[in-house]
Ligand binder design. Structure first.
Ligand code: HEC
Ligand code: HEC
Length: 270
């Protein structure tokens, strides 16, 4: 990478185990075939000790407020059918356990990949007579956090044989390796070629998706597509729309790159 902002200083990820409320979860895993790494590493391993400690204690993790809020939304009636999520799905701790670790999935009706945010919208429209949420609506982020949190500790595992997921994966890979913007950078320039190095005051991780929505100490809760858009903006390129084909393909591909890592939602990052 040509950017002068990148200092040659390396700062290795820590050699520690991620233990949330006394339960150890997987923060490094053998890389899926085809990646130039031996191991995939959670972004948690690249953060400072204080930030890491916040994620390890649910009482301290500020993202847990969104989980509580999401539970409220889950139980709230909305739309013309007089239903809440709970009317059909009952207790999320049982019915949503482990589900989000296998998303994105193939949506047979829409003939494209579906993530948790879009699945929520689908149920709101088809099953509740309610409207889709606006991107990053407070309820959308809270409900997504709540549902993904029901998979805390479950290893990310996608089934790419569903529908046309494999060709969307190919497209996501293209996006990942294509240099764009005035800075002419690809995702891979930072998160693959330079993972473990410092960029300005920031320690570059592998850019894994397993902790989203994530609580950022400077911004509060951040959804995955918001993070993607932020990273693209940093290359001074046009930012694709949330849930657009490019970003859905990217979500599928980036999530796959974290195969085997535990879901950490809500992760804490700086
Ligand atoms: C009228 C009943 C009904 C309501 C209300 C409803 N859903 Fe669903 N939901 C379904 C059905 C039916 C499916 C598809 C079959 C399945 O996967 O269980 C589904 C599927 C899902 C899935 C995918 C499960 C999987 O295995 O991949 C999620 C996540 C989900 N709903 C979340 C929600 C949320 C969040 C709400 C509230 C905003 C909600 N649903 C409201 C009936 C409902
Ligand atoms: C100019 C360098 C740069 C580029 C290019 C870049 N990112 Fe990032 N990204 C960062 C920095 C800095 C962070 C915050 C520190 C970290 O986790 O690496 C970050 C964080 C992330 C995270 C959150 C990781 C976590 O553990 O919370 C994801 C996901 C991510 N990037 C994905 C992408 C994707 C996908 C692309 C390509 C569209 C991309 N990034 C392009 C610099 C970059």
């Amino acid at each position: 990478m040509a950017s002068a902002a990148l200092s040659p200083a390396t700062a290795d990820p820590v050699d520690e185990k991620l233990v949330i409320d006394d339960v150890e979860i997987v923060s490094r895993a053998k890389a899926p075939e085809g990646l130039p790494f031996d191991e995939v590493l959670s972004g948690w391993l690249y953060r400072e000790a204080e930030t890491r400690a916040l994620e390890e204690d649910s009482f301290e993790n500020p993202g847990m407020l969104a989980v509580e809020r999401g539970e409220e939304v889950w139980n709230t009636v909305d739309g013309s059918q007089g239903k809440s999520c709970a009317s059909c799905h009952n207790d999320a701790a049982e019915t949503m356990k482990g589900i989000a670790a296998n998303y994105p999935k193939w949506d047979v009706d829409a003939k494209r990949p579906i993530n948790i945010e879009l699945q929520i919208d689908k149920c709101r429209i088809e099953n509740m007579g309610a409207e889709a949420y606006k991107f990053n609506a407070e309820e959308q982020v809270a409900l997504t956090t709540y549902i993904k949190h029901q998979s805390l500790g479950a290893p990310v595992s996608l089934d790419l044989t569903q529908g046309e997921l494999q060709s969307w994966w190919d497209r996501g890979k293209d996006v990942y390796y294509t240099r764009t913007g005035q800075l002419n950078l690809a995702c891979a320039s930072c998160h693959e070629a330079n993972a473990g190095k410092m960029i300005r005051a920031d320690h570059l991780s592998q850019g894994q998706a397993n902790g989203f929505p994530t609580y950022r100490l400077k911004d509060g809760l951040v959804s995955l597509h918001q993070r993607f858009r932020g990273c693209v903006r940093d290359t001074r390129a046009e930012t694709p729309k949330a849930f657009s084909d490019d970003l859905m393909a990217l979500e599928l591909y980036v999530t796959w790159r974290g195969t085997g890592l535990a879901v950490e939602t809500p992760a804490v990052r700086h």
